[in-house]
Design a protein around this ligand. Sequence first.
Ligand SMILES: Cc1cc2nc3c(=O)[nH]c(=O)nc-3n(C[C@H](O)[C@H](O)[C@H](O)COP(=O)(O)OP(=O)(O)OC[C@H]3O[C@@H](n4cnc5c(N)ncnc54)[C@H](O)[C@@H]3O)c2cc1C
Length: 479
Amino acid sequence: MPKDFLKGAADHYDVVVIGSGLGGLTAANILAREGRSVLLLEQHYKLGGLATWFKRPGGHIFDISLHGFPHGMVKSCRRYWSKEIAESIVQLDGVRFDNPMFSLTTSFDRKDFTNLLTTQFDVQHETVDKFFDTARGMNFYDDQAKTTGDLFEEFFPGREDIVRLLMEPITYANGSTLEDPAITYGIVFSNFMSKGVFVFQGGTDKLVKSMEKVMKENGVDIRINCGVDKINVGTKGVESVEVNGRTIKTDAVVSNANLRSTIFKMVGEDKFDSKFMDAAKEVRLNNSSTQVYMAMHPDDTVPRETGDLLFSSTADRFQTDLLLSRDITSRTFSFYYPDTRPETKERTLIVSSTNANYSDWAGLSKEDYEASKQDLVDTTLDALEKYVPNARERIVHAEAATPLTFEHYTQHDAGASFGTKFEGLEVSRTLPQQISGLYHAGSCGIIMSGWLGTINYGVIVANDVINQLNKSAATSPVA
Ligand SMILES: Cc1cc2nc3c(=O)[nH]c(=O)nc-3n(C[C@H](O)[C@H](O)[C@H](O)COP(=O)(O)OP(=O)(O)OC[C@H]3O[C@@H](n4cnc5c(N)ncnc54)[C@H](O)[C@@H]3O)c2cc1C
């Protein structure tokens, strides 16, 4: 008989959270901390969603999305998780750029960028200050007609090299383009510029295990291998979810699954009004990624000056469509030195990440798919030679993940790395106005994706749910 992953689960919970990405985990934790009964359902056998890791023989542990996040994570983790989690966040000091236009190393904060822009790129101090202040001052309610491209043209007209410096890391960090609204750039860039780039020391495995411990202490009922098929909606709103052959009743659902799957697959078009549906259909998925995971021989490492995060490109010019091309010219290398996981065996690992189109990988025959993956590994090793001499001989394990890999493990349509594009945010926020008790907290819009964005979105949505449950309790006949 197959294992019953819902053994002992109750028939009713105040809230069901679908998906254990950072947004789902945070929403579940806050709701349980506030005394609500919470069931967390994850379709995969592991918690974390894209915040995940995998092990390979030889003591190698690879992180998938631990490349860097802004300092704001410290505050969010301290407030909504634990002091222990917040205290494991450490700064990366070596962010490198290497492309035909410039090569430099930076601490990736306002002070250093100001210095670089005024000395190496010959921009007036006043212009740089004004640019930073403008980016910092942007907020969600601003004019959305101005694009990121317009913003750069306003401050640095015709300066493709500056656009590359300012934009390449953000495009890598969230797939945004020069055509996206400027606020999406301004908010994310300013978040990084406040203090630099940070990571979680101990690795994603330590983070997710610590989060699981905190959730258990707060009473979240956590279930893995539990993929939700359907969210049932009645005349008054959300009623229940269908999972592993069971129907579990609930007063509210927080879906951390992709916004489009939540609406179109789990709820169904007929449950929403036509105007909302029109907007939902316009929501574009974000692009996907490829990654190559490489392990150095256990006795080998690279000098620290190699950097922590290296934006490398052989393309003469910066173009966002080139960043997605199968003919890869830009790669971001993350170097994980032995102190990434001080409590485990000393290992040096390198992960190369590139934004990618799902359509370039879907529909290949098995043979072509495997050959394309091998080609990705080979060309990445060639590119790495520039920074790690004799990389081919020194790398003892290398394997690739593609958009299909991300789709398989997270169920994001087309392996979307950052949920949906910016227009998804409005649709996500208005879900509860369509169906009482239905919420979405997951990557959508550039602001609400990435580790910090999704954690903060989980907080916002958990508070919305608490308000709704309090209101319902106050107006119920028993109350
Ligand atoms: C290659 C790559 C590198 C990245 N690097 C960084 C980085 O360096 N810094 C950074 O800040 N961000 C990075 N990100 C982005 C970041 O990882 C994500 O934005 C964030 O982790 C997404 O969190 P989320 O809450 O939206 O949920 P997700 O991580 O998308 O998780 C959704 C969860 O829902 C589950 N699910 C889906 N459908 C169902 C269902 N029907 N029933 C039950 N469960 C379901 C999935 O299995 C999954 O666990 C990277 C992403 C990728 C792909």
